[in-house]
Design a protein. Structure first.
Length: 322
C-alpha cells in the first residue's frame, strides 16, 4: 500500500478512537484536544485538567517527545540516529542509540525474539510495499534476511506514546489523557466525568466499522497489527508487511490481532506484531499466561477474544464472539 494511503487509513483509525472518546464526554468535562502529524501518521491527544491554558505546554512537550523518538529510530530518515547506523559498512556491529537498546531489552524481557525482529529492514524493502509491491525471489529474500540493517518501526510508535504520556503526566497540570496513533492507543488516569475510556477496534476489512470496543476506567493500552495496514495483492494473494523473521514471508493465519492491557505502549506495540506472527493458538496461550486481553480476527473473518484475567480493569465489548 502506498505510504500516502497508509497515512489515510491510520488517520481514520485515529479519528475513530477520537469519536468514541467524544461520545463519552459531557460538555462540562470536555478535554483539550489536539491532532498533529507525527510518527508517520496523525496522532491525537485528548487531555483533561483544571486549566486548559496550563495544559498547552505539556501537550506541546508530548509532541516534541514523539519527534525525539522519530529522530532516533526512524529508519526511513537517513539523518536519524538509526539511519546513520544503517549507513555503516557493518550496521550490526555499530553501537545503537539508547532507545534502540531499550527496544531490544523489551523484546528480550517479553520473550518474543522468535516472532519479532528489528532487523527486517532489507526483507521489508524486498517486498517494496511503498511502491506498489513486488514478490521477491527466494534467493533475494534469503539475502535480505542476512542483511544487518535495523528497522524499529514495529516498536517506535509505542515507545513514542510512552514518552508523550510521561510529558503529559509529569507536568502536574494534566490528570488524565488519551493518546492515539491509530494502531496504538494509550490512556492514563480517570476521566473527570467517571465514564470509562472507550477505544474502538476496527474491522480489518472495513476501516469505518468497529467490531470491538475496549472500555477501561483507568490506565490502558490497546495496540493492533493487521494485514490491511500495508499490503498489496498479486494473483488473488494478499502480501502484507508483518513478516515472519524466520522466513521473511508475510505471517499467515490472522487478519488482525489486538493486545489489551495495563502495559507500556512499547510492550503493547511489540506484542501486537509478535503475537500476530505467532498465530492464533500461540497468541492465545501467551495472553492467558501473561494476563493480557486479545481480540483476534482470523483469516476467515472469525472474531475471537481473550477477555483477560478475572477482575481485569478493562472490558472487551463485542457482539457474536466465539
Amino acid at each position: 500500500m502506498p505510504r500516502q494511503l497508509w497515512t489515510i487509513v491510520t488517520t481514520c483509525a485515529v479519528l475513530l478512537a477520537a469519536l468514541l472518546l467524544t461520545a463519552s464526554c459531557t460538555r462540562a468535562d470536555e478535554p483539550l484536544r489536539e491532532s498533529r502529524e507525527a510518527l508517520g501518521t496523525v496522532v491525537a491527544i485528548a487531555a483533561y485538567g483544571p486549566d486548559e491554558t496550563a495544559m498547552r505546554a505539556p501537550v506541546d512537550a508530548a509532541y516534541a517527545a514523539m519527534e525525539a523518538v522519530e529522530a532516533e529510530l526512524d529508519a526511513h530518515d537517513p539523518d536519524s540516529a538509526i539511519g546513520h547506523v544503517n549507513a555503516a559498512a557493518e550496521p550490526a556491529l555499530e553501537a545503537l542509540p539508547p532507545r534502540a537498546e531499550a527496544v531490544l531489552d523489551a523484546i528480550c524481557f517479553l520473550e518474543v525474539r522468535e516472532w519479532f525482529s528489528p532487523q527486517l529492514w532489507a526483507a521489508t524493502a524486498a517486498w517494496d510495499f511503498e511502491e506498489g509491491g513486488s514478490v521477491p525471489t527466494p534467493a533475494g529474500l534469503n539475502s535480505a534476511l542476512a542483511d544487518g540493517r535495523w528497522d524499529f518501526g514495529g516498536a517506535a510508535k509505542g515507545l513514542a506514546l510512552d514518552e508523550a504520556a510521561l510529558a503529559l503526566g509529569d507536568s502536574g497540570t494534566i490528570d488524565a489523557a488519551l493518546i492515539s496513533s491509530g494502531s496504538t492507543t494509550l490512556a492514563f488516569g480517570e476521566k473527570p466525568d467517571g465514564e470509562p475510556w472507550r477505544i474502538g477496534i476496527e474491522d480489518p476489512r472495513d476501516p469505518a466499522a468497529v467490531i470491538t470496543t475496549v472500555e477501561a476506567g483507568g490506565d490502558i493500552t490497546v495496540s493492533t497489527s493487521g494485514d490491511y495496514q500495508r499490503y498489496f495483492e498479486r494473483d488473488g494473494v494478499r502480501y502484507h508487511h508483518i513478516l515472519d523473521p524466520a522466513t521473511g514471508l508475510p505471517a499467515r493465519g490472522l487478519r488482525s490481532l489486538t493486545v489489551v492491557g495495563d502495559i507500556s505502549g512499547l510492550d503493547s506495540d511489540i506484542l501486537s506484531t509478535a503475537l500476530f506472527v505467532a498465530g492464533p493458538d500461540a497468541a492465545i496461550a501467551y495472553a492467558e499466561e501473561h494476563g493480557l486481553g486479545l481480540v483476534l480476527v482470523d483469516d476467515e473473518g472469525r472474531t475471537r477474544i481473550v477477555p483477560g484475567p478475572q477482575g481485569a480493569p478493562w472490558n472487551i465489548v463485542i457482539e457474536g464472539a466465539e
